[in-house]
Each structure stands twice: as structure tokens, then as C-alpha cells.
Ligand binder design. Structure first.
Ligand code: GKR
Ligand code: MG
Length: 436
């Protein structure tokens, strides 16, 4: 079996005005849908970061991919690793902290490989009649739980304005609790993540306290300000939220750099505050994991098949974190159902992945879904491994064509939350770290 065709679809999907320390989400999120066809008539699919950069990187390996045997993934990874254009990954590189995920050049090889790997695993699953999680070694769970992912946000819809999410303006603690109630009522999530780094830390502390009061101690809570706080502020927030962030919760990327988080951990322990610190900003590749462990800067690593190099690399990460006694969770960015299924399959096959995975899925419009049959269903906050070969989903070609048309008609070619923030909220806004 050989790959005979590589098709790339650049699409745009409506995205609400979500806030984070990066700035503001644009009305459109960009994704790339990958289709690989084989000479014996099988099609494998994947979904990855959108816009010009990720697409160009995929185009650059087109010739290497066409004609390849989809089982021979290690050779592809090896060839891509030799590519001079892929810079050596320096642990704690500053660009990790500053660039929005998906735009980090340090992740390019892994990001590009992952998009091909996932589509190849879909092909292999279809060829042998097995779900992807079983192709990669077998599942340790049949259903994967996801977390409610709360954002402070502005009102108004994403896209051309016709998409209005049901959450409205969320810029204070009470509105965040309401958002959470709505999301949990619809999806049944059993863990909660709050994207912080937006309001004054005292209001974000209050939000977490109100969430605890509303949902009780059985629902683990995590807060992620994407490095917006100084070491001192991170320590104060950790102290203030000691109870709320214990019991299966964590403090995620409170401040910039591994050295900063190591300082936070040390100071919190000195004060008798034992809460885990998670990261998807300072830890994005294997060299970061060992460094983070040595410094005791991070106790929970957020994986993500899209930039860690695909499903198998996330399994290696599961093993490494388990050996080091670290926890494993999963990061997300705006995405549709193909990504959700790739995340679900790999999470099912990672023994150490015991935290509910992040997902932006509730923020995307039903009308933009490109998976045949519509949105993926959640049951009690979980996605079930479908009893179908491969990823278990197919593309709705008309929906992909609509997504392509939207992409062609908009000026966006790259995510830039800072520019959006300046255009729509505050003309003088800059990403300042730490802000508080
Ligand atoms: O969508 O604004 C966002 C998030 O901030 C996302 O880009 C982050 O990558 O969710 C992410 C995180 O956990 O850092
Ligand atoms: Mg994060």
C-alpha cells in the first residue's frame, strides 16, 4: 500500500471573542484538514493548525509523503529530523512563552509530522479493521473524559456575526459560573478549567471560589493564566486557592519560564501549600520534561498530539511522565471533530493520562463541523471510542468545501490575538508578561 495523493484543505471556522493573556480570539479560527489517499482506495484524515505557515510546512514534505508506505512512519520522522530547517529545541526558549500555540517555529517538525502520522494511522486502522487506539497498542479506557473549558469573553458572535454562542458576555465571576452551568448541562463535564490571565487576579480567585461553591469539592478545578502573573502573584494565588486547586486540580503556567515556576513551587512548599503546577507553555518537547522535572517546576505536563509529534509521541510522553512520577493532561486549541477524535484515541491509549483533557469543542459552531453526520456526542463529559475502524469519522465534503470558501473570503492567514485585541478592545494593548 502506497500513498498516492495528499490533499490539504485550509478552512476557517467561526470562533467567539474569547480572551486570554495572548489577547482576543479573532472571529475566525483557522484549521488545515489533511486527506491522504492510498493506491488501494483508502482515505485517511487528520486536522491540524491552520493558516499559511502550517500549510507551507506540509507542502514542503509533499514529495516525501507521496509514494510512501503509511506504515513506515519512523523513517519519515527520521528524515524530517535531519532537515536543517528544523531548529534544535532549546528548553525554555522564550518564544514558547510568547507565541500562541501553533505559531511556535520550534514545534514545526512535530506539528507537521503529526498531521501526516494521524492520517496514516487512520489509513492503517481502516486497512486492518481496527480503531486507531488499538492500532497504537490498545486502549486502557473506552471513554475519554474532557474538561469544561471556561473563558472570559466578550459578547457578539464569531464568524460573520451570524454565529452567536449561548454564553454572552463573561467578564466577571458570576458570569463565569453561569457559563460553566450551561456548559456542564449540555456536555456533562466532570472537571473544570478556567482560562485566566484576563481579569485582575483577585477576580480570578473569586471566580474559582464561586465555581467551587457552585459545583462542590468533587469537581476538580484548574486555572491557567498563560504566564500572566509574576512569581509573587502566582504564590499569592496559589496560597489563596490552596483548597480549591488541590483534589485533582492544578495551577497551569502561572508565570513565565521553568525557572519562574520552580520558584513558585519552592515558595508554595515553604508555606505548606502543596498544589501541582501544570504546563503546556514551558514544556512543549521532551528536553523540557526532564528539565522541568529536575527543577521541580512542573508536576503535570499537558500533552497535545498536534504539536508533540502525533499519537505515538504522546504515548512516549505518557510513559516518560509516568517513569518520572509526573502527571499527564492534554491541551487544546480551537478545533473540530477530527482533532477531537485523534485526541480521544490517543488519550484512550495513554495509561498515565488521568486528568480530563482540555477541549475547545463547545466553542465551535455546529454549522461548521466537517465530520459527516455532524458534531461528536459527549456522554457525561466523555467521548466514547467508536466501534469503527480508524479514527471512526469521515469528512463531509460539502462542509469542508464551505470551510474552504470561508477561508478564501477572509483576510486572516495566521492567529494573532494581540492584533485582535488592539483592533476590537484597546488600541494600545500589548502582551505584557508578567502583567500582574
Ligand atoms: O484558545 O486562547 C486560547 C488558549 O489560550 C489556547 O491558545 C492555549 O493554547 O488553551 C491553551 C492553553 O492551555 O494554554
Ligand atoms: Mg495552558
Amino acid at each position: 500500500m502506497r500513498i498516492s495523493e495528499l490533499k490539504l484543505h485550509s478552512i476557517a471556522i467561526a470562533d467567539p471573542p474569547l480572551r486570554s493573556s495572548y489577547g482576543l480570539h479573532a472571529p475566525w479560527a483557522l484549521r488545515t484538514i489533511v486527506e491522504l489517499h492510498t493506491d488501494d482506495g483508502i482515505t485517511g484524515i487528520s486536522e491540524t493548525f491552520g493558516g499559511e505557515g502550517p500549510r507551507a510546512a506540509l507542502e514542503a514534505i509533499r514529495e516525501r509523503v507521496i509514494g510512501m508506505d503509511p506504515f513506515q512512519l519512523a523513517g519519515l520522522y527520521e528524515d524530517m529530523s535531519r532537515d536543517e530547517a528544523v531548529a534544535a529545541h532549546a528548553p525554555g526558549d522564550r518564544s514558547q512563552t510568547w507565541l500562541v500555540p501553533g505559531e511556535n517555529p520550534l514545534d514545526q517538525k512535530n506539528r507537521t509530522f503529526a498531521a501526516i502520522e494521524i492520517a496514516c494511522l487512520d489509513i492503517i486502522g481502516k486497512a486492518i479493521g481496527k480503531p486507531v487506539c488499538d492500532v497504537i497498542g490498545g486502549r486502557v479506557r473506552d471513554r475519554v473524559s474532557f474538561s469544561a473549558y471556561l473563558f472570559y469573553k466578550h459578547g457578539g458572535g464569531g464568524g460573520d456575526g451570524s454565529y452567536q454562542d449561548q454564553y454572552g458576555v463573561v467578564l466577571d465571576p458570576a458570569a463565569a459560573v453561569k457559563e460553566c452551568r450551561q456548559m456542564i448541562a449540555e456536555y456533562g463535564f466532570k472537571e473544570i478549567k478556567l482560562k485566566g490571565g484576563v481579569l485582575d487576579p483577585s477576580l480570578e480567585i473569586e471566580t474559582i471560589r464561586q465555581l467551587r461553591a457552585a459545583f462542590g469539592p468533587r469537581i476538580p478545578l484548574r486555572i491557567d493564566p498563560n504566564c500572566a502573573w509574576s512569581i509573587g502573584t502566582s504564590v499569592s494565588v496559589g496560597e489563596a486557592l490552596h483548597d480549591e486547586l488541590s483534589n485533582g486540580g492544578y495551577l497551569e503556567d502561572p508565570c513565565p519560564e521553568l525557572s519562574g515556576m520552580s520558584g513558585v513551587r519552592k515558595k508554595l512548599l515553604e508555606k505548606g501549600v502543596e498544589i501541582a503546577i501544570g504546563s503546556n507553555v514551558a514544556v512543549t518537547a521532551f528536553p523540557d520534561v526532564t528539565r522541568a522535572h529536575e527543577l521541580d517546576a512542573v508536576q503535570i505536563v499537558l500533552s497535545d498530539p498536534h504539536y508533540w509529534g502525533g499519537l505515538r509521541q504522546v504515548q512516549y510522553l505518557s510513559h516518560l511522565t509516568q517513569v518520572l512520577g509526573m502527571g499527564l493532561s492534554m491541551h487544546s486549541n480551537s478545533h473540530l471533530g477530527v482533532s477531537l477524535m485523534a485526541m480521544t484515541h490517543v488519550a484512550a491509549a495513554c495509561p498515565n493520562l488521568t486528568y480530563a483533557c482540555d477541549t475547545h469543542y463547545p466553542w465551535q459552531a455546529e454549522s461548521d463541523e466537517i465530520v459527516a453526520g455532524g458534531r461528536i456526542r459527549f456522554e457525561n463529559g466523555s467521548v466514547l471510542i467508536p466501534d469503527k475502524p480508524g479514527l471512526g469519522v469521515e469528512l463531509d465534503e460539502d462542509q469542508v468545501a464551505r470551510g474552504r470558501e470561508r477561508y478564501e473570503n477572509i483576510p486572516y492567514r495566521k492567529r494573532d490575538d494581540e492584533a485582535e485585541m488592539r483592533q476590537h478592545v484597546d488600541p494600545g494593548w500589548k502582551r505584557v508578561l508578567p502583567r500582574w
